[in-house]
Design a protein. Sequence first.
Length: 173
Amino acid sequence: MILNDYALHIRAEHGMVRPYRSEHLQPCSIDLTLGDHLKVEASTESTGTWDDIMLSADVPYLLQPGEFILAHTAETICIPDDCCGDLVLRSSAARAGFDHCLSGLCDPGFEGQLTLELRNNLRNRPLEIRAGMRICQLVVQKLIYQVHQGYRVRGNYQHQRGATESNLQLQPL
């Protein structure tokens, strides 16, 4: 069962979304905003995989056509053990040309800022990204039963802050 605005408001006021802004409440989701730093693919001269870029509300980062970046929510999310969340792109952002990879599942017990995997789908012009931009929304679903072992026990990204790169470890077959 997807939580409606009333249920989301109650849970958000009790710490599910921090900071919580009631004006970001939608009929069955809560709009989230971009945090203040990005990870962009490192240039060939760089020694690392990602370069860190500070983001502001005043000076936009220009996401080039086809470019892929990691961003994060300004809000910290704390998913209760009897729920799961789904981070999805707002339709307005999608219509502007943004794409968010399909990796937005928030397991029960997750706590931290959420990393967004963003791409510019346009062919001919960049998209502006600013800190504080309302770009995604959190949809929360109530589980039939509370989980036995939540994300706080088994999760790889628990308490993450900022845009967090993958810790995928390739396993031999």
